[in-house]
Design a protein around this ligand. Sequence first.
Ligand SMILES: C[S@@+](CC[C@H](N)C(=O)[O-])C[C@H]1O[C@@H](n2cnc3c(N)ncnc32)[C@H](O)[C@@H]1O
Length: 229
Amino acid sequence: MRPVVARLKKVSSLKGSNILDIGCGYGALSHVLTKEGARCTGTEIDKNALSFAKRFSSTILKKSRPRLLRVRGELLPFKNNSFDIVVLFDVIEHVGKPSIVLKESQRVLKKNGILYVEFTPYYSLVGHHLYDYAKWPIHILPKKMIKKIVLSKKTNNFFSNKDVWAQFVSLNKLKISNFQKMVSKLQKIEERFIVKYSDIFEINLSFLNYLGRFKDYFTFSFEGLYRKA
Ligand SMILES: C[S@@+](CC[C@H](N)C(=O)[O-])C[C@H]1O[C@@H](n2cnc3c(N)ncnc32)[C@H](O)[C@@H]1O
């Protein structure tokens, strides 16, 4: 969560800002942003994740807490131009209709507002959604084999193998170029093509942007910061 906060702080003040964290999950980022002094709204479609986020919130935050709402990213119940910052952290590749979620995100952003998006490209060969299960690209195997590997693995994760599999098969396979078209009306501040290996090294290879459709293969994680003109 820390790198996201640091990137946002470089382009906008968080204190007093009205921030929307779409697909907030268990609410970790919404809480960190609230602690930084932002007025944060976290939205989530998953009932269980949201109730966890609410319980977490009442346990760890004494004064101000994020507003947590059960809302689909495709249909945001907010007025036009109402947020200073909209965040989609590890979310856009999970939603049913990414282009609609991005349209909605842009609609609710104020003029000069910031959109921050981070996602793992589905077709990445170096980092993918099953990275915790195998450091090699198991997602290119036939589906039956992937399922067997995922369900048979012994893990101590917070999420069960079944949850991980369900999440994997629901990915929308968004490609970086398609995403870039969806935000082309915004002013680009920065795009980062992160390549990393476990926690050992991490580097931003901006030239990957020039590799056309191959950029997805070598990007572990894509990050974009944009401004609404
Ligand atoms: C991988 S999790 C990331 C959660 C959180 N942003 C984080 O980084 O901890 C993706 C989240 O997106 C949520 N999600 C999926 N589709 C959504 C939609 N259409 N609208 C809002 N949230 C959605 C899921 O329920 C899930 O909690």
